[in-house]
Design a protein around this ligand. Sequence first.
Ligand SMILES: Cc1cc2nc3c(=O)[nH]c(=O)nc-3n(C[C@H](O)[C@H](O)[C@H](O)COP(=O)(O)OP(=O)(O)OC[C@H]3O[C@@H](n4cnc5c(N)ncnc54)[C@H](O)[C@@H]3O)c2cc1C
Length: 520
Amino acid sequence: MLRISNIKLSLDEDENDLKQKVRKILSGEWKTFRIAKKSIDARRKNDVHMVYSVDVEVSNEEKLCKKIKNVQLITNTVYKFPNGRKFDTPIVIVGTGPAGMMCGLVLAQNGYNVILLERGKCVKERKADVERFWKSGELNSESNVQFGEGGAGTFSDGKLTTGVNDFRIRKVLEEFYAHGAPEEILYTAKPHIGTDNLYHMAENIREDIIRMGGKVCFSHKMTEIIICDGQVRGVKVQSPDGEYEIKSNHVVLAIGHSARDTFEMLRDSGLDMEQKNFSIGVRIEHLQKMINVSQYGEAHEKLGAADYKLSLHLENGRSAYTFCMCPGGQVVASASEEGGVVTNGMSNFARDGKNANSALLVNVTPDDFGSDDVLAGMYMQRDIERKAYKIGGGSYKAPAQRVGDFLGTECEETEVEPTYKPGVKWSDITEVLPAFVTDTIREALPILDRRLHGFASPDAVMTAPETRSSSPVRIIRGNENFQSNIKGVYPCGEGAGYAGGITTAAVDGIKVAEAIAGLY
Ligand SMILES: Cc1cc2nc3c(=O)[nH]c(=O)nc-3n(C[C@H](O)[C@H](O)[C@H](O)COP(=O)(O)OP(=O)(O)OC[C@H]3O[C@@H](n4cnc5c(N)ncnc54)[C@H](O)[C@@H]3O)c2cc1C
């Protein structure tokens, strides 16, 4: 096919105008046409416009290639799973987040017998539990924003952006689209699914795995791995009908970053693990309209809710950066443990909420953990979450502070209303977070404000604490065979320390599936 890039469209033009432009460039028609990339160019506020790349199939490609600017010949590549070895026992996949789901889907698509175990509930019941928690502060520690069908990312903006470049990303996007995600994720520069679409996508993937002969078990928690002579022989499972065992020589641990009881069990079972860097901070909220103007100038009506990404390295060796920005979204209570408060963010596909939010984080290293215990980072997270619960006054209310109050700058108007449910308690966040975190945030805010006008506006709201930015531990695996020190155990995804986000977790799920099939 021919890929024609850098086609500019003004904000008043639409995709019919795009096709007109392509016809003019080709001086004729095409056999097939598809949008390959769509992005916003807002570098000059007085000339904000859209930029497209399109793929067209035409007959005289070679000749056109020489005649047209910004064109290249491309080949359509299709992901092909290796023909691998088959096994007598089923492959057990623990966790139905993006890593577990994608691993299960690809293995089932290639005729493998898979059993997916999920400690949480199916997305429909889980949604009810989460909404009850946000409304009344009644937490179900096994069915919440971290645990349940679809994993941690189900109640999210479903941003699919990643800094990783891997040929499997296309496969992930195509599977997400095939199972219900909006088509535009295949070509927009910053694709997002929206939590309202993520529910259905997770259900559709589950039904597809079952249709291909797989089993998906909800409220089934893996409580032990059965090891014999350094080889896994199965797992013990706690289910609503009691405990049972599954015989298996291949167990995928796609457990996410919040399965603290499971991490402890794995440590005590002799799995090699190591402490890992992560980040801690707050969720910061602004009016979305302020962000739109700062990013797009006056042109923003047609562009939807603007996003931003800021980062800063300070002389004290710390970094402060924004993460998981949710345009037109809300701050969400993301606890999974009794007596601990955790924040995160989400948006619906429309991103039409009044506020914008992102995590404002500071890097944390094992030097900050204060112990050599491999799970010391996890215990540090827990301590902060419990402190926040107390300072928030209980019922999972979260401590919050306006930037003006935190920086000691005058706060004349307070337009930004906090969106965290079940509610916030105005507090001093230095009582919740370690001093190196609040000191770094205090130093960073004015600097980041110069990069994004209004970022440190006095009425911006900081809700604490954001502790689960990534996993505090890595379960060690071989670079070649992806197996842990226990043969047949495959650490996978974010919890195991090999991914950060929906897309990279799903890609890691595919890599582990390939490893099981014997590609490595
Ligand atoms: C509110 C929120 C918003 C987010 N927004 C985004 C976003 O917009 N874009 C993005 O890229 N990332 C986002 N993330 C991060 C993203 O969700 C994770 O990076 C991703 O889900 C990791 O995938 P995973 O499959 O490795 O683990 P998870 O998604 O965490 O899934 C692990 C699953 O394993 C299950 N499990 C754990 N222990 C056991 C056990 N013993 N037995 C059985 N099951 C078990 C858990 O219940 C869970 O469902 C967000 C996270 C949250 C919490």
